[in-house]
Design a protein around this ligand. Sequence first.
Ligand SMILES: CCCCCCCCCCCCC/C=C/C(=O)SCCNC(=O)CCNC(=O)[C@H](O)C(C)(C)COP(=O)(O)OP(=O)(O)OC[C@H]1O[C@@H](n2cnc3c(N)ncnc32)[C@H](O)[C@@H]1OP(=O)(O)O
Length: 263
Amino acid sequence: MATLLKHSAKYALSGRLARLGVHSRHGGLQCLQPRLLPHQRSASTSSKILVEMDDSTGIAVLTMKNPPVNSLSLDFLTEFSISLEKLELDRGCRGVILTSALPKIFSAGLDIMEMYGKSPEHCGEFWKAVQEMWLRLYGSSMITIAAINGSSPAGGCLMALACDYRIMAENPKYSIGLNETQLGIVAPFWFKDTLVNTVGNRAAELSLQLGLLYSAPDALRTGLVDLLVPEDKVLSTASQTMTQWLAIPGENAIGSNPRVSSS
Ligand SMILES: CCCCCCCCCCCCC/C=C/C(=O)SCCNC(=O)CCNC(=O)[C@H](O)C(C)(C)COP(=O)(O)OP(=O)(O)OC[C@H]1O[C@@H](n2cnc3c(N)ncnc32)[C@H](O)[C@@H]1OP(=O)(O)O
């Protein structure tokens, strides 16, 4: 029942998502290997996204590679949503790890150049693409883990928040948060809701009103991220964590998520 509710809530998020249908990708218990063996891997790449799929575990690593800072441009967002949709349609894919190929940056958030001096039509298309990215990630029927290996302000933080679990590099130079207020912007309500659902009301109020960017230790204390690990362990820890989540029987890890399920 919980699973069905999760599915119906999730697919109600977007008419386009409804096309994906309700099917189970989370079969019984499996013994999963955290490491990817070369012969079991497949990779697909677009210019800004690399997807590496391990068929033996059902774990895909989606790596953002849009230098210099993985800003969320219209092109990037389009490629991102297409990549995620392909994984969603792949019944063999059960979990996605989201990470960055760039040193020091997870994502700088929305591409500022997409919002400056552009036509209303372009802004509308861009905004739709931002919403689509969030809907696909937040409403995914796969387990999603953000492997945050760099700074992640504003829309970059939203991406991480839209995942089921967040693992961040314990580098004192990295920061994360919905800092829109500091930029003279009010974070849209669904940015706010995603934050509230993660850190609770009071922490979200302070965070949004002051436009706080948290250091990695403060992000952990606030609950913005779930785990800090040394920088070179972010991806391997994400892989191990994913294996644990995918070992939860049936669809219970997904179905018991309160953000999309009411029983
Ligand atoms: C119905 C229609 C409605 C339409 C409405 C549409 C608009 C709606 C608006 C509402 C939006 C609300 C929510 C907003 C969310 C956002 O995400 S806004 C973006 C917020 N992000 C930032 O402000 C990030 C700013 N950047 C940084 O803090 C730093 O750059 C960094 C990421 C920490 C990296 O620092 P560092 O390594 O020191 O690199 P830099 O030298 O600073 O930058 C390198 C180059 O990258 C460019 N750049 C940085 N961030 C962005 C970005 N967000 N977009 C585009 N470009 C970016 C930077 O300018 C540098 O470029 P060059 O000078 O050319 O090298």
